[in-house]
Design a protein around this ligand. Structure first.
Ligand code: FAD
Length: 501
């Protein structure tokens, strides 16, 4: 009986919205889950729009109801239900065919127009194969949508040079919470442009983005070196991100790992391919429970003489103070380098840990607090590892546009810390609840010790939490919400605002 009623409601919905795309109220379970696997909120229906017009119709339809909400879902790779709409409408944005709509020359340089629901991996392969160009700023993993990362920031080893992905778009098409389709940029509707970038989906749904590109290199030399001392690791990493372009690598990241032979948390996680051997002697050379790996990469072209590449690499590495005999390197083509996490994804899917819960925690920690963070968190709370990577690397604030909605800690340099926990359903390991509790313990330790930090991909359950997160930007954020989504229809899964009746 209920099913019949649901069918009837759905039919009416479909007619009222007059969609060119489709609406599905049966196979909706996927949209009530996400990569985090910590929350479940099934929607009433999932809409697959054929374009901006459909998205506008869905929003206008929801506006007429007293309580319907609308969530754009990119690839659902959030951790805390951010792309869900409990009993609301989820718009499934993922559209591989939108990967590259157009190649454009703009005042700011070459760019591509891409759909908000395009996956970055498709943008990469199409851009390189069709134009020989590539976006400048990436995330580590590319199975994420353009709209999903632009709603947060989008960071990786290129961020020190080009800024986050939000600093590498010059124009957006957005359907706002009033159902209006608006083109915006620095020079046109700039308030909407900057609020949507890093805006956690609160002000509108990104349907198209103009992404800056540059000629793509063919090849990459990918290198890892190890440090026993955190201050030497940070000194070298900070020096690399502040040098002039020709005097540094094209990619700079790093991670902390456990000084043990554990295959996931320890030394073996540093090796770049199975042919590389690790030496048990490494372990006894440092008494520290945790060591640090600096990860860098240099772009080059197939025509470049290998001795020239070797010389450049040696010159750049020669200025660094890593532990002797801990240099690991491989050469691979540019696309394979950018798709490097896809291989890990395949393995994780095969052994069941990709689909298990991921209680991840991401933070931006200011340079002034990072040593305390190392002492309190890496060397104490996490000294046995987390069953996955513990990324830590510096980025420069000057590459971030402070007019966007992203909030950062103080200082010119701050660190991204990403605790990418994997849980193994087939092995005895701490419960997900314990891991979430450990995340809280880390945040509490940071607060108690006065560390300067902000959550990245933030998640709070109370308005007070959000107010503290945004600090003096909160009133501006609220003002933008009342302007562009006055009924608070959009992105309810972020739990920032409540739907106005
Ligand atoms: P979703 O999870 O589907 O959505 C996220 C939020 O954005 C939701 O609030 C949703 O409503 C909103 N949204 C989605 N699409 C749109 C749109 N078109 N317009 C407006 N709002 C929209 N982040 C990094 O910065 N660097 C990394 O290296 C990185 N690596 C990751 C690796 C993995 C394996 C995973 C799971 C995540 C990683 N992330 C990384 C985090 C990732 O950038 C965010 O979780 C991002 O939101 C996921 O994109 P998505 O397309 O799955 O978005």
């Amino acid at each position: 009986m209920l099913q019949q009623e649901d069918e009837e409601v759905a039919r009416r919905l479909f007619q009222d919205m007059d969609l060119e795309g489709s609406i599905d109220y049966r196979s909706t379970a996927f949209a009530g889950r996400d990569f985090g696997g910590l929350h479940a909120s099934p929607p009433f229906a999932v809409v697959r729009p054929s374009g901006s017009r459909d998205i506008s119709s869905v929003i206008r339809f929801a506006l007429k109801s007293p309580n319907l909400t609308v969530a754009a879902r990119g690839n659902g790779h959030s951790i805390n239900g951010q792309a869900m709409a409990n009993r609301g409408l989820v718009i499934d944005m993922k559209r591989p065919s939108d990967a590259v709509i157009d190649f454009v020359r703009s005042d700011a340089g070459f760019a591509v127009d891409v759909g908000g629901g395009a996956l970055w991996e498709d943008v990469l392969t199409r851009c390189v194969s069709e134009f020989g160009f590539s976006p400048r700023s990436w995330t580590d993993y590319l199975g994420l949508t353009v709209g999903g990362t632009l709603s947060n920031a989008g960071v990786s080893g290129q961020t020190f040079r080009y800024g986050p992905q939000t600093s590498n778009v010059t124009e957006l098409e957005v359907v706002t919470g009033t159902g209006d389709t608006v083109i915006c940029s620095d020079g046109q509707n700039s308030e909407l442009f900057f609020s949507v970038l890093g805006g956690l989906g609160q002000f509108g749904i990104i349907t198209r983005a103009r992404v800056l590109v540059q000629p793509a290199p063919n090849m990459v030399r990918w290198i890892r070196v190890v440090y026993s001392e955190f201050d030497e690791f940070t000194r070298d990493a900070e020096s690399l991100i502040t040098r002039p372009e020709r005097e540094s690598f094209d990619y700079v990241e790093g991670f902390a790992f456990v000084n043990s032979d554990d295959p996931v948390n320890g030394w073996p996680s540093v090796l770049l391919n199975p042919d590389q051997l690790w030496d048990t002697g490494f372990m006894i050379r440092s008494a520290s429970p945790v060591l640090y790996c600096l990860e860098v990469a240099l772009h080059y072209n197939k025509g470049d003489c290998s001795s020239t590449v070797d010389t450049r690499v040696e010159r750049l590495l020669g200025r660094l103070r890593f532990m002797e005999d801990t240099l690991f390197q491989v050469d691979l083509n540019y696309i394979d380098f950018l798709l490097r996490v896809k291989e890990a994804e395949k393995q994780a899917k095969a052994n069941g840990i990709w689909d298990a819960p991921h209680p991840w925690l991401n933070l931006f920690v200011s340079k002034t607090s990072i040593e305390d963070f190392d002492r309190l968190v890496f060397k104490e709370i996490l000294k046995d590892g987390i069953g996955g990577p513990m990324l830590v690397y510096p980025i420069s604030r000057s590459k971030w546009d402070e007019r966007t909605s992203v909030v950062l800690p103080d200082g010119e340099i701050f660190y991204i810390v990403a605790l990418l926990r994997f849980t193994n359903p087939y092995q005895k390991s701490p419960s997900v609840r314990d891991l979430v509790a450990q995340n809280h313990e880390i945040i509490e330790a940071c607060v108690r010790n006065g560390l300067d930090f902000k959550l990245y991909l933030p998640h709070y359950n109370t308005e007070e939490g959000w107010k503290q997160h945004f600090g003096d930007r909160w009133s501006w954020f609220e003002e933008m919400k009342s302007k562009y989504d006055p009924m608070a229809i959009l992105a309810p899964g972020q739990k920032i605002f409540t739907r106005n009746p």
